[in-house]
Design a protein around this ligand. Sequence first.
Ligand code: WT7
Length: 646
Amino acid sequence: MSYPYQITSYEQYNQAYASCEKDPQAFWGSVAEHFRWKKKWNKVLDWNFREPKIEWFSGATMNITENCLDRHIEELGNKPAIIWEPNDPEEHHRILTYKELLFKVKQFSNVLKNNGVKKGDRVCIYMGMIPELAIAVLACARVGAIHSVVFGGFSSQSIADRLQDAKAEFIITCDGAYRGAKDIPLKSVIDDALIACPFVKRVIVCTRTRTPVSMIKGRDVWWEDEIKKVETHGNPDFPAEEMDANDMLFILYTSGSTGKPKGVVHACGGYMVWANYTFVNVFQYKPGQVHFCTADIGWITGHSYIIYGPLSAGATTLMFEGIPTWPDAGRFWNIVDRYKVDILYTAPTAIRSLMAYGMDYLVGKDLSSLKVLGTVGEPINEEAWHWYHKNIGKEKCPVVDTWWQTETGGVLISNLAGVTPEKPSFATLPLPGVHPCLVDENGKEITGNNVSGNLCMKFPWPGILRTTYGDHERCRLNYFSTYENLYFTGDGCLRDENGFYRITGRVDDVLNVSGHRIGTAEVENAINMHAGVVESAVVGYPHDIKGQGIYAYVIYNGHHGDETLARQDIIQTVTRIIGPIAKPDKIQFVTGLPKTRSGKIMRRILRKIAEGETTNLGDTTTLLDPGVVEQIAGLRIKGTLIRIKD
Ligand code: WT7
């Protein structure tokens, strides 16, 4: 495998950027030449941000799995595609070569077909990080079904919402999943979700933990039994479905400022080119290297940089089932040592947490195979950046700070490892084809350097989202209507004297907790479900490990006189409704919330109080009852606030 479009010098980056700006169609057309198409495009790009309508490679047909698997067989058939490291280091790891992975994907494609899955059907995947998850994702893509992977930390209620929104009739799950010392009973969570989803026709259950499960006749089948049927009667081959480049490849739900998660939709052709192009360029992948992305496939990072980016590039991707701190905080370093990992891609929250465990866990670990380090998910503070660079990269590995979003499909702003300059806590420069701009509140572009504003994009890149599932208007309103003719990211950003970008965090009502996006409205809705809660307001506050913590102000009239018990009940409710990832870190009981005369909660004030500011709270004169603020701030000072432990 060679990558003729890999940028290898700063000068070349500047040239590529300029030539893409001058003629994007010619630029992406020539990159796309290096993929396998069944039919070539008649137009590279057709777009307007008004509707929005974005089409890449119109008229072309292809299947992403032929690009991830079939086309590599001749050269890389016996090379490892996936190295799988289990949760328990005592359990045996697994290696799937490209040949084996293709075989298994074809086999499971047959299983899907036998179970009635057709092109365009939505398949919800709720599994732990085992190779069968990657196989399920790829098999969906091979048969042309639209996968919607839901992270294993979401509750049955969240799954039901997503199943209903996507009208998904098929589910692939496991009996359970291992995560550190915990077993998560995935199938039983699915069973609860399905009470509200009678339209689900088939649940395919893969064995992992042997957790007892109830299999419903006519609806639930075992993965292993279905494979056996294919082995004995089936055709071991499965020709990849011919997909239009603009057909949907997957849906991935993500939080926004409203209470309801959006189903971000990516399309086959553009997403493939972008996942591959960014993988090859940002990480500077060289054939034969081992790429270890520590994300879960339930998030976009796992989609793009565990599965589609690396496999389309013929890379070896390392998939890890566990967590960084179990059995101890040396887990990542053992894996790097054992598999001679070349590229390590993780989240700032993981770095901060491992940093807090101290240097003991690094003793005796050989990290000399590492060539490139990466971070993603949230702004990285300089302290964590330097710790990572010094202690993990031994000051010889470039660190790429990759800024992107579920909606962007792949990295938009990042240094290219060792090729373009790096600057701690800066994502630095846009990739070719990416045209960031900063705008003020009124949508006026802020030009020049040493400025900050709201981050927007002026032009589409191949990996841009196409719609939000089932509701195109929502996509327009969310991303394309705040500022005319621009894609709005929801992030604040500054551009330094050299034109380098530094993302400063969300400017909407979205929190970033341990690199996971959580809408404050969603958490409020969940808290308000509790019978004793009258009203609530949720804001973020700086958290040493998580980046942002969740701070909830709650008006409560429940029967518990005991505040600690009331807090536990509220936390339990949020866990039930959304999942453990959305649990509030702090809950403060209040008698009122600061509201304007029109009834809008003044979050600015609540945010300041959550941050520890109690006196300088800005203008409160527009409030209906300014007294409420003093009361809330007063309780904060007196320390009646009780911290909730994880
Ligand atoms: C939001 C997107 C992209 C995969 C993981 C998160 C924040 C992401 C960075 C970074 C500063 C970052 C932004 C963005 N973010 N990467 N390198 N520096 N902030 O995907 O859940 O869609 O969240 O994560 O706020 O908007 P996501």
